[in-house]
Ligand binder design. Structure first.
Ligand SMILES: *Cc1c(COP(=O)(O)O)cnc(C)c1O
Length: 427
């Protein structure tokens, strides 16, 4: 009996007919904890991180996990324990990092709409850097920091105007996007920042998009950013670090993104060739650290044959797995126990939510019966962190697998949890 690995999921494999997460049978996890259930592999997270660490061996680099991809405390704890910093986009995320044992000085704060209260909170915590996205934000941050007798360390997010060739909703480095400042305005805005009393210019950053599967957009963005570094530094403003953002894609459906170490060997060669090899580097990977480290287990509730379509109705829905509804995204769906009824039937796999957009997979050949458990793959990133309570569905439970140990890192939410902040109008 040989292991049959799932593409892109090195720590999830069939042993015989049974799908395993590391050394645990996922069908047993489903019966123990119920469904829908997110199952994460700690080894898969650490091996994804190790690919970056290999690529950066011998360099001065800070890897900041972009935690919006998956912000569950047990997941953050894995990365904090491995020495990662964090890229946050809200005050809530800051509290999560600190609760999970992350170090404040390794936190960078991104996002186009930071509030004054969030700025104060982050300054009081002593975060490493604010990645500022507009000139107006610079002025406000300077005022907030000066009122606290502090200088806020800042980097300005520049928009390199390169096409990452990904879905328009996750492309962020083009001129028409809301993110960052335009390349041609960057030098002037740096001069403005350097003159503000509450700021300390620390670096420069960019982030061109997500689920990028080609190397060229990264090389082009690096060239554009290094052009700016040259002009900013010749204007007498020193930049301590360069932050190249995140965005590296994963294999959802035969996608072939470069391995993190291979990508970074090419990028570092360019950095060296242009004479910036000794600068401190930062990166902000999210999806590529967690996406294929997680699956979502779900039970088949009903099979509903139809004239035009057969439906496979499962107990996970768009509130648990929002990516298909949001971006027409593809998640592979496989049985927890292989060898169901032959031949397979083609199904649209849909959830119980009252929306036609509530589908998880379309036209999937599946050999299933009601009561079977399915695994929705590549569910570690942008699933639980985007989950909602729509239809008053409690959010799923989450389990972190470490070898033959399963740790429940989030219990299933019930209706009481959901109503906790509400009250009836007094009569
Ligand atoms: C979302 C985001 C990231 C992470 O993107 P991934 O595609 O998940 O790697 C990094 N930096 C910023 C500023 C982001 O908004």
């Amino acid at each position: 009996m040989t292991d049959h690995k799932l593409p892109g999921h090195p720590h999830f494999a069939y042993r015989g007919n049974d799908l395993f997460a590391e050394d645990l049978m996922v069908s047993e996890l489903a019966s123990l904890h119920g469904t829908p259930l997110f199952v994460y592999s700690k080894a898969a997270m650490l091996s994804a991180l190790a690919a970056y660490q290999r690529g950066f061996a011998g360099r001065d680099v800070q890897i900041c996990y972009a935690m919006k991809a998956n912000s569950s405390l047990g997941v953050l704890q894995v990365f904090a324990g491995a020495g990662c910093g964090f890229d946050i986009v809200s005050g809530g995320e800051l509290e999560r990092v600190l609760a999970a044992g992350g170090q404040a000085n390794k936190i960078i704060f991104s996002g186009v709409g930071k509030t004054r209260a969030e700025m104060r909170q982050a300054l009081a915590a002593g975060i490493g850097c604010f990645n500022v996205e507009s000139e107006a934000e610079l002025d406000v941050l300077s005022g907030v920091a000066a009122a606290m007798n502090l200088r806020a360390p800042v980097s300005i997010r520049v928009n390199p105007n390169v096409d990452p060739k990904t879905h328009p909703y996750i492309s962020t480095g083009l001129k028409g996007n809301k993110f960052g400042v335009a390349h041609e305005d960057a030098l002037r805005i740096y001069q403005h920042a350097a003159a503000l009393p509450g700021l300390q210019v620390a670096g420069i950053d960019c982030h061109i998009g997500s689920q990028i599967t080609e190397t060229t957009p990264y090389l082009d963005a690096m060239d554009r950013v290094l052009d700016l570094v040259a002009s900013i530094e010749s204007a007498g403003i020193e930049l301590e670090h360069i932050d190249f953002g995140g965005g590296l894609g994963i294999n959802y459906n035969g996608d072939t993104p470069p391995e993190a170490d291979v990508l970074w060997r090419q990028l570092l060669a360019k950095l060296d060739a242009r004479g910036y090899g000794s600068k401190k580097l930062m990166i902000e990977p999210g999806r590529s650290l967690v996406g294929n480290a997680g699956i979502c287990l779900t039970e088949v509730l009903y099979l509903k044959p139809g004239e035009q379509k057969n439906f496979c109705i499962i107990d996970a829905a768009m509130n648990d797995l929002p990516r298909p509804a949001m971006y027409q995204a593809f998640h592979a769906i496989v049985p927890a126990v292989a060898g169901g009824p032959a031949p397979a039937t083609t199904y649209d796999v849909v959830g119980p939510v009252c929306e036609s957009g509530d589908w998880i997979g379309r036209d999937r050949p599946l050999a299933v019966n009601a009561g079977d458990v399915l695994a929705v793959l590549s569910a570690g990133a942008y699933c639980m962190s985007m989950a909602s309570n729509y239809n008053t569905r409690g959010r799923a439970a989450e389990v972190l697998v470490d070898g033959s140990q399963a740790h429940l890192i989030r219990r299933r939410e019930d209706a009481q949890d959901q109503m906790r902040h509400e009250q009836l109008v007094a009569e």
